[in-house]
Design a protein around this ligand. Structure first.
Ligand code: AHR
Length: 660
């Protein structure tokens, strides 16, 4: 979205907002373990996935060939002609008699046989290949004339041949052909060449290359290392597919889930709205193939043990763009799409949409129990559309929790207009978004303390601290931002009766092709690393607990406009009987505090401590130093009903104390 850059975020020290160094024992953290507060939603900490920053194509979806179906508006995007000086040949994009009318374009390659002639695919800004792994090539091919051999070559970034396999004897009808390739070296910037040897003509379509090893080794599946990062978060839910791509810059570019459950070649390509959204980060080769579609989304949720949270277009295009609206009397197909999605996810295998799910290999329901109506809409236009959606959905599926939204900002006029309306409508849960500087996150720690306990619940559906300015390409995933989010999340946790779910955004960024920074996880064609922000999310999620315990931080208060010396929250894990304390020290000095656990008879004297800390607020992780800021686990001794603990500078600590 085109957002105004709101406020430069300076480091806390520059702003003079760092908390003063504290004296030993001047702060006491009191935990009322005998007075449990609200229960925490098991799905509290989740994931927001959007195909931004090449998060799906060029990211999670493991296809290595860009524009495999020649369906981009320029059908040769991603492809180049290989025609050495003696070669004579011709490339033509055609659509007569295709192998699949839904995927009409294909490439005819004709070679005179005077020298090798063909095409090369660059992948998504370079193909990542690993020595020792198998890569599955497939393509629809039709022999038109001659009997030239078609060489499949994996070529390294330096031009070296990594593997080469011939295909020959093509049928005069379209037929799928496959081959396996084994690169003899690892290369992050390889390419796939298809070279004609001899005189002849072939037609090519759906040219594909996948690593054999994908997540759960599913053919045509997802990148295993990226999904592993998600699995390691132990997410409670997965919100999909966005984000602004739900809305589209105009209505005919909105996300339509039914298109994404067709056979892969039939999934109609769509320009990605992040292709052209930011003039400073244009991505003319960014399109949505939908190889990662709604079936794959539900399957991923099941794999991760995360509840699916689909977000559907509610008849509004992105209001930062065209703001195009579906007239109120023409909303019915949009509402029907939502109803059909529920049937696709949950309906019996013999229902019309449930049968499609079963045919895709999943007769059992996916147990979807929530759905978002619109992404980041605002104004009376949203309410006018939300109402008929909610009426129709609640009438047929009263058990599905509906997520409504409060616009793009956490406190502007759009937000202030929507919240009372949604309260009046008795909305289930309202999606709030905040992209703001770290100070906002620190100083909004108490944001939910005074929220109405009887109104709609809150889904903090998109948030991320911006180190420089909102949507600035200079934003980095600094430790400062991560600590600010951790401090804020202690406030979400303390208010778990109101805030039922939360997710950081955006999730992934391809380092060679991103549009938006900061992002939780960065990838290149071979590697992936988690940011300090990722580890904050992971520590909250893996130490979620079941019930909130009230805490008091005596001696740590600060004016509401200032950063506190410490932030803390506590929960209890019902299974392990652990009291889990989360403490953020945003300052540059260590703080030693007293911790009092009230309402317990005894605790074990050894406890576990997980520490996320760095030497400076500007610390970041990188491909070269992926674990510079990463959790370190240790055991601590001397724990009791009252004990002392040091919290190092610039740190987030999770303590697990076991009650006896
Ligand atoms: O997370 C990036 C974008 O920020 C999302 O697509 C949108 O919902 C928000 O404006």
């Amino acid at each position: 979205m085109k957002m105004k850059i709101l406020f430069p975020a300076l480091a806390l020290a520059v702003l003079g907002l760092l908390p003063p160094a504290c004296q030993a024992d001047s702060i006491t953290l009191t935990v009322q373990a005998g007075q449990p507060g609200p229960r925490i939603n098991p799905a509290m900490w989740g994931i927001f996935f959007e195909d931004i920053n090449f998060g799906a194509d060029g990211g999670l979806y493991a296809e290595l060939v860009k524009n495999h179906g020649f369906e981009f508006p320029d059908p040769m995007t991603g492809w180049t002609k290989i025609s050495p000086s003696l070669a004579k040949g011709e490339l033509s994009v055609r659509d007569d008699n295709p192998f699949d009318p839904a995927n009409a374009h294909y490439l005819r390659v004709h070679s005179e046989g005077t020298a090798h002639f063909g095409i090369s695919n660059e992948g998504f800004r370079g193909i990542g290949l690993r020595q020792g792994e198998t890569y599955d090539f497939s393509a629809q091919i039709r022999g038109v004339a001659g009997n030239a051999v078609l060489w499949l070559n994996l070529v390294g970034g330096d031009g070296s041949m990594l593997d080469s396999v011939p295909l020959k004897g093509f049928s005069s009808e379209w037929k799928p052909y496959t081959a396996q390739l084994h690169p003899k070296a690892t290369d992050a910037k390889a390419r796939l060449d298809l070279i004609m040897d001899g005189k002849g003509t072939v037609d090519l379509d759906m040219v594909s290359l996948f690593p054999r090893h994908t997540w759960k080794d599913r053919p045509g599946g997802l990148r295993a290392d990226m999904v592993q990062m998600l699995a390691d978060l132990k997410p409670g839910f997965l919100r999909f597919p966005g984000g602004c791509i739900v809305e589209g810059s105009q209505l005919d570019r909105r996300y339509q889930w039914k298109n994404t459950i067709l056979p892969v070649p039939d999934r109609k390509l769509l320009i990605n709205r992040w292709n052209y959204e930011f003039e400073h980060r244009p991505a003319p080769d960014y399109f949505q193939s939908f190889g990662l579609g709604f079936f794959e989304f539900f399957q991923l949720c099941e794999d991760l043990g995360a509840q699916p949270l689909p977000i559907l277009n509610c008849g509004m295009a992105c209001q930062f763009n065209s703001g195009e609206l579906v007239p109120l009397d023409a909303l019915e197909p949009y509402i029907q799409d939502a109803l059909d999605l529920i049937e696709f996810a949950n309906g019996p295998a013999d229902s019309p949409w449930g049968a499609k799910r079963a045919a895709m290999g999943h007769p059992a329901p996916f147990h979807m129990n929530m759905m978002g109506v619109g992404n980041e809409q605002w104004g009376p236009q949203y309410i006018e559309r939300y109402v008929p959606f909610a009426r129709a959905l609640k009438e047929k599926h009263p058990g599905i929790m509906l997520v409504s939204d409060a616009g793009p900002s956490p406190d502007d006029d759009r937000f202030k207009f929507l919240w009372p309306k949604l309260r009046e409508l008795k909305a289930d849960i309202v999606d709030e978004h905040s992209y703001a500087n770290p100070i906002w996150f620190f100083t909004n720690n108490h944001r939910y303390d005074n929220y109405d306990r009887n109104g709609p619940k809150v889904f903090m559906g998109e948030y991320g601290a911006q180190s420089v300015a909102v949507v600035s390409p200079k934003n980095r995933n600094t430790l400062e931002c991560a600590l600010a989010e951790a401090a804020y999340m202690t406030g979400l946790e303390r208010n778990a009766d109101v805030v039922r779910m939360a997710s950081y955004a955006p999730l992934f960024a391809n380092a060679a092709a991103w549009q938006w920074t900061p992002d939780l996880i960065w990838v290149d064609s071979l590697h992936v690393y988690g940011t300090p922000n990722y580890y904050v999310q992971q520590l909250f999620s893996r130490n979620r607990g079941d019930v909130v315990l009230p805490v008091e931080l005596g001696g740590a208060s600060a004016p509401s406009s200032q950063v506190q010396p410490l932030y803390a929250s506590a929960v209890r894990d019902d299974q392990t009987h652990d009291i889990i304390l989360k403490v953020v020290n945003p300052g540059g000095a260590p703080i030693r505090i007293a911790i009092e656990l009230m309402g317990l008879a005894k605790v074990q004297s050894k406890a576990s401590r997980t520490l996320l800390a760095g030497a400076s607020l500007s610390d970041v992780n990188s491909f070269e130093n992926a674990l510079k800021v990463a959790p370190l686990e240790s055991r601590i001794n001397g724990v009791g009903l009252r004990f002392h603990q040091n919290f190092p500078p610039y740190s987030f600590t999770v303590l697990r104390v076991t009650a006896q």
